[in-house]
Design a protein around this ligand. Structure first.
Ligand code: C2O
Length: 578
């Protein structure tokens, strides 16, 4: 083909593509100064040139394609729900030094086909989960007994503690492959599967415990790390002769040490009072500022045929991930047990942690000042399904749709106040970048994040001026976050902070952190690349608080904190309602 013909063909392709794509994120340009390339992102994608390169196409040439809150655009022609199949469970990808070395974490094969989940009888007693710090000795003793009974079952029993712990391993190490796409992994983290999978997991775990105890009303304790009184490891887990004890924990974090929701290895020298304020502000950010919409709170769509880990929701990254790392034994290469996905289920603390994560999902839905706090309606999400053994040791297929109403699942949460609702972070004095005050360096993406990088990202005012109603949120998108998965990754994202060092992790200018546990290669096609994900941070509230609503651009600083990571690009998108 002559180059003229090639361009003509490309343009035809482009026109067709824009016509048929039903929705996508906006193809908006980013301003890095000076422009790296003048080709539009679409053209780069079609030409096969490095699409990581941030383009500087002018706004007039960008294509406006709308998305309701389905998160990112569909990237594959396939789609459909993620479905798990026991026959597609195989060898896990474990990190080096995992133990036992030959760990296989698939569940035992059932005697017959899985049955479809049925809701419990509405006359069953409501299991009211109580916060571990106030549940009382008797309540905690029941959990202790349940764990002892589970540990006493033979390892071949799918209800044994051993098998229960392995469930987590199988769903997060690439042991399960996707039905119809065996080259791709099923992964329940870093996507919209995170909350529903863990809800179902904890649901069956609790019912098995109740069955073993002969107590149909048995409810799990939850570790309410989001309220000041719950910000310590619950005492019941600390007694070394208890079945709730796990020797593979960070010994420095035994009570009375307060949790640090931003933890990444280094201890902060905060007083308890400071730590509490810091934690509450982090909760506010992750639950309110950064989670105005389902895709930002629950995580990005993950459909059949997609590579796993498209992008986590706010709370999954932290405090969920950071608390895993905070709890695990930091002197071990993989921060076992809690600090790595393959081993996390071995610590009885895991189930109390996840009961709280589940409660947080309920809390998010009920924060009533935001009408957008509603779950996805996407059939690919609702029909995604997982397999669990129930209390009768029957293999059950449960869909996301099945687990959306906890009352129908016959459990509830004992009320805990939500003190973080009022903990809107303050701005940091004297760090706000004012126009002309800063000259971000020229950055060519992809960039290895070895040192802090500051980038000016242009806001597409063309859309900002549209009637407010249709715009549901403005998001900063950090794309193609790539690492080999051999280390825990954390980097922080600051907005309009001239001296980010002065900003506390709970300060307003700290827009969010990307936090990812280790992930060995999940996906045969990504050898040596354990992670290829995206981070999205809602900007609306931050820009409002920083008085930057009318600015044309946002100054973003990415600061590496742990692990090696490469960043493909940065842009600003709008999420548009229907
Ligand atoms: Cu499946 Cu707390 O992680």
């Amino acid at each position: 083909m002559t180059s003229g013909l090639r361009i003509a063909a490309l343009c035809t392709l482009l026109v067709c593509a824009s016509a048929v794509v039903a929705y996508t994120v906006l193809l908006l340009s980013v301003s890095v100064s000076p422009c790296a390339y003048s080709m539009s992102r679409t053209l780069l994608a079609v030409t096969g040139l490095d699409s990581y390169i941030v383009s500087c196409a002018d706004e007039a040439s960008t294509v406006e394609l709308l998305s309701s809150d389905g998160g990112r655009a569909k990237t594959t022609a396939t789609g459909g729900p993620i479905v798990t199949d026991l026959l597609l469970c195989g060898k896990p990808n474990l990190p080096p030094n995992a133990f036992p070395v030959n760990l296989q974490c698939c569940p035992p094969m059932p005697a017959s086909e899985p049955v479809n989940f049925k809701l419990p009888d509405p006359s069953e007693p409501l299991r009211t989960r109580r916060p571990a710090h106030v549940a009382g000795a008797e309540y905690m003793a029941k959990y202790e007994r349940a764990i002892a009974l589970m540990k006493a079952l033979p390892r071949s029993d799918p209800r044994s503690f051993y098998q229960q712990a392995n469930i987590h391993c199988a769903y997060c190490t690439g042991a399960y492959r996707q039905v119809g796409h065996p080259e791709l992994a099923v992964q329940v983290h870093y996507s919209w599967l995170f909350f529903p999978f863990h809800r179902a997991y904890v649901y069956f775990f609790e019912r098995i415990a109740g069955k073993l105890l002969g107590d149909p009303g048995f409810a799990l304790p939850f570790w309410s790390w989001d309220v000041p009184e719950g910000m310590r490891m619950p005492m019941a887990f600390v007694n070394s002769s208890s079945p709730l004890y796990d020797p593979l924990r960070n010994t420095r974090h035994a009570p009375p040490k307060l949790v640090d929701l931003d933890f990444m290895g280094a201890e902060k020298n905060y007083t308890d009072e400071q730590q509490i304020i810091h934690n509450l502000r982090i909760m506010y950010k992750q639950m309110i500022s950064s989670a105005p919409l389902a895709s930002l709170f629950l995580g990005q769509p993950f459909r059949a045929g997609d590579s796993d880990k498209p992008g986590p929701g706010s709370v999954e990254m932290y405090p969920h991930n950071t608390l895993h790392v905070w709890s695990g034994d930091i002197s071990r290469p993989n921060t076992e047990d809690m600090g790595d996905n393959y081993s996390a289920g071995r610590d009885p603390l895991f189930y109390a942690h996840h009961a709280n994560v589940d409660r947080i999902w309920e809390a998010w839905r009920h924060i009533n000042n935001n009408t957008f706090h509603v779950d996805f309606k996407d059939p690919d999400w609702l029909n995604s399904s997982f397999l669990f053994y129930d209390e009768e040791a029957r293999l059950v297929r449960i869909t996301v749709h099945d687990i959306l109403d906890i009352e129908k699942l016959r459990y509830a949460y004992h009320g805990v106040s939500l003190p973080w609702l009022n903990a809107r972070p303050p701005t940091t004095p004297n760090v706000n970048v004012k126009k002309g005050n800063t000259s971000p360096r020229f950055i060519r993406f992809p960039v290895s994040l070895n040192v802090a990088q500051t980038i000016e990202v242009r806001r597409p005012h063309m859309l900002r001026n549209k009637p407010k109603k249709r715009i549901q949120g403005e998001v900063l998108v950090v794309e193609h976050i790539v690492s080999d998965g051999t280390n825990i990754v954390k980097f922080d994202v600051f907005v309009n902070a001239r001296e980010y060092e002065k900003v506390k992790p709970s300060g307003r200018e700290m827009a969010g952190s990307f936090v990812c546990l280790k992930h060995n290669d999940m996906d045969g096609s990504l050898i040596g690349k354990g992670l290829n994900s995206t981070m999205r941070i809602a900007l609306d509230e931050i820009l409002e608080d920083l008085g930057a609503n009318e600015d044309d651009s946002v100054i973003v600083t990415l600061v590496p904190r742990h692990g090696n990571v490469r960043i493909g690009g940065i842009k600003i998108d709008y999420i548009i309602g229907e």
